[in-house]
Write a protein that binds this ligand. Structure first.
Ligand SMILES: NC(=O)c1ccc[n+]([C@@H]2O[C@H](COP(=O)([O-])OP(=O)(O)OC[C@H]3O[C@@H](n4cnc5c(N)ncnc54)[C@H](O)[C@@H]3O)[C@@H](O)[C@H]2O)c1
Length: 348
């Protein structure tokens, strides 16, 4: 294990990548030496703002910069080509979610990194949000005993289409945009998912596909989970981008309520803690929950680069989360429960 400076490059200078760049700039052991976007104006804008080189061709950038890591912040259709290319030029590849369009693509991306020895980390930042980092720690301390039930609820009417207009055209929007974050979060708290049953809805007339789902999970441990998501649920105040949660163990319950209040019921009684993250100097409400989680995720990536941690989640782990999304989508169409292992086997 060693602590050293790491030279990184970023691909995709769009809406969310600004959070990546600001958060990297706060990590002293990392320097982003170059950015790339096929839209030259976007690459140039980032290079001027963050003081690095700009490229429009990823291969040219990777060959000339020889980075220690590559941060891919493009949309999903480019991930397969970019991850397989980056694997040949670096020690660690970070891929934004959704990891891949298909399980076959995801498996090839994992194999491409295994073949070159590059580590592969998927940017699943929900599990890195401050309230859920704390919840994981409470579980590890045994505060509520072995888990038996999880409810996650991500429901809001925040206008996500204003900054990400492409979302309105995605067929399985809620499952592929936030569902996979919620399934990854559920796995990080409860372990792997054995089967899933799912119903979807299209609520917002502006949206082409489904923008709400309700999934029932059975975990390998025997615990059950209920995951709900809607992008068209009007409430005041709107909780976006908070995920509310109830996690029950054999000896107590952890509730994450609106306003970042964490209520812990255990044999020691009831305690309340506030888990609201601070607003980064470059951030703003209500995005600070997400922005702080990007920095926490990237701090974890540095630990992986230093050999001090295993990727969480790795590409191989996220492949199975993608299988849960695909199984949930199949369940919503067939109205039948899907076994996640079978979905994985069908793709092999
Ligand atoms: N983890 C999170 O919380 C979170 C939040 C928002 C978005 N995202 C994800 O981030 C990704 C990007 O989303 P966005 O809203 O920033 O998209 P965006 O369209 O604003 O930005 C993507 C950028 O990538 C560039 N690009 C695409 N293919 C490229 C290629 N092959 N080479 C170079 N540049 C290329 C585009 O020109 C564009 O500038 C998506 O996968 C999205 O799901 C994650």
């Amino acid at each position: 294990m060693c602590d050293e400076r790491h030279r990184g490059v970023l691909i995709g200078c769009g809406f969310f990548a600004a959070n990546h760049m600001h958060a990297w700039s706060e990590i002293s052991s990392v320097t982003i030496v170059a950015v790339c976007d096929r839209d030259e104006a976007k690459a140039r804008h980032f290079s001027e703002q963050f003081g690095c080189q700009a490229f429009t061709d990823t291969k040219v950038m990777l060959e000339s910069m020889k980075p220690d890591f590559v941060d891919i912040a493009t949309t999903v259709s480019s991930h397969h080509a970019l991850v397989t290319l980056a694997a040949k030029h670096t020690k660690l590849v970070i891929c934004q979610k959704p990891f891949a369009e298909t399980l076959q693509d995801a498996a090839e991306m994992v194999r491409a990194c295994e073949a070159t020895g590059a580590k592969l980390v998927v940017h699943e930042n929900f599990r890195w949000q401050k309230p859920f980092r704390h919840m994981r720690q409470l579980l590890d301390e045994g505060r509520i005993g072995p888990t038996q039930f999880l409810r996650l609820s991500f429901r809001h009417a925040f206008d996500i289409y204003a900054r990400q207009p492409y979302l309105a055209g995605i067929a399985d929007l809620a499952l592929t945009d936030v569902g996979l974050h919620l399934f990854d979060l559920a796995r990080s708290l409860m372990g792997d998912i054995e089967r899933v049953t799912c119903e979807t809805q299209t609520l917002n007339p502006r949206v082409a596909g489904q923008d709400a789902f309700q999934a029932l999970l059975r975990f390998h441990s025997g615990a059950v989970g209920s995951i709900e998501c809607s992008f068209y649920s009007r409430m005041e105040p709107d909780p976006f981008p908070q995920t509310l949660a109830q996690l029950e163990g054999t000896r107590g319950t952890i509730e994450l309520l609106a306003g970042y209040e964490l209520r812990i019921t255990s044999i020691h009684g009831v305690t309340n803690e506030n888990c609201e993250p601070s607003v980064p100097a470059w951030g703003q409400r209500p995005w600070h929950l997400v922005q702080e989680s990007v920095r926490a995720f990237q701090t974890h990536v540095v630990a992986v680069l230093n050999g001090a941690a295993e990727a969480a989640p790795s590409g191989a782990h996220n492949l199975e989360t993608l299988a849960v999304v695909i199984a949930a989508t199949a369940s919503s169409r067939t109205h039948q429960t899907q076994i996640v292992k079978r979905t994985l086997e069908q793709a092999a």
